[in-house]
Write a protein that binds this ligand. Structure first.
Ligand SMILES: [Cu+2]
Length: 271
């Protein structure tokens, strides 16, 4: 089995094993019953020209239906409880931007530090990935964390996790995205909290000249006039405020993904 390296891994495995054993037991039951019926009701034992008259068995039919319904509902409820844990990030996670593009993963931290194909995170702290794609559909898949989320151009999807195991965990693109799809690999490097703090400080020193997304967004905001930021909404017709006519033109293509990310980071920082 794969290592269980996040807080949700165990939950996902438990449900998986439950479904696996139920399926295996059902499969064996069906095979055994089939063999029994083949032997028991073989035509050599009966008059081959006489079809037996079967009226049915209401009690058995009802109990099979109700029993299977209850089993399916148990699987559904179990899945729903874990699904809610997977989609609802705890408050105040460490937020990291992820950009998928043919054929690499780019990670950007709040301080502007950028990494390609390597995501460095602390152990035991919730991390929330805010993900988008520069081109086509991708999917961010960390098997050791038992997590997978589509990465979609033109919108943001999120994925949160809390890593429990220090070390390196592979990341795959799980949505076919072109020639080098199978080589679109990355690593999640989980560090002990104190090592992560050290790593963060080191990077800050090295990256002294780099501009954080908040600063970059502020620069773009102040350089251009106010209309620019308003018009820079990619699909201005998508969501309209009551009482305002849909007069805004689209500026899709005039802002890079990096700029859009930066503006979003800046606007969020204004709160
Ligand atoms: Cu991909």
């Amino acid at each position: 089995m794969l290592p269980q390296a996040s807080t949700i891994s165990q939950n996902v495995d438990s449900l998986f094993n439950f479904i696996f054993w139920i399926s295996l037991i059902s499969f064996i039951g069906v095979v055994v019953a089939t063999i029994y019926f083949i032997v028991r009701y073989h035509r050599s034992r009966w008059d081959p020209f006489k079809t037996p008259y079967i009226t049915g068995h209401s009690m058995m039919e009802i109990s099979v239906s109700v029993g299977l319904f209850i089993l399916v509902m148990i699987i559904f409820a179990w899945g729903w409880i874990d699904y809610k844990k997977i989609i609802n990030a705890p408050s105040d996670p460490l937020e990291i931007s992820v950009l998928g593009k043919q054929w690499m993963w780019e990670f950007e931290y709040a301080n502007g530090r950028k990494l390609t194909n390597e995501l460095v995170v602390p152990q035991g702290r919730p991390v929330k990935l805010i993900m988008s794609s520069a081109d086509v559909l991708h999917s961010f898949y960390i098997p050791n964390f038992r997590l997978k989320q589509d990465v979609v151009p033109g919108t943001y999807t999120t994925l949160w996790f809390e890593a429990t195991q220090v070390g390196e965990h592979p990341v795959f693109c799980a949505e076919y995205c072109g020639t080098a799809h199978s080589k679109m690999l990355a690593t999640v490097k989980v560090l002990k909290p104190e090592e992560y703090d050290r790593w963060e400080k080191e990077e800050k020193k090295e990256e002294g000249a780099s501009v954080s997304p908040v600063e970059l967004g502020k620069n773009i905001f102040t350089q251009k006039d106010e209309n620019y930021i308003r018009e820079s909404l990619m699909q201005p017709q998508a969501k309209l405020v009551k009482g305002f006519p849909p007069v805004m033109p689209t500026f899709q293509g005039t802002l890079t993904d990096e700029e859009v990310n930066a503006i979003v980071a800046y606007l969020k920082s204004l709160k």
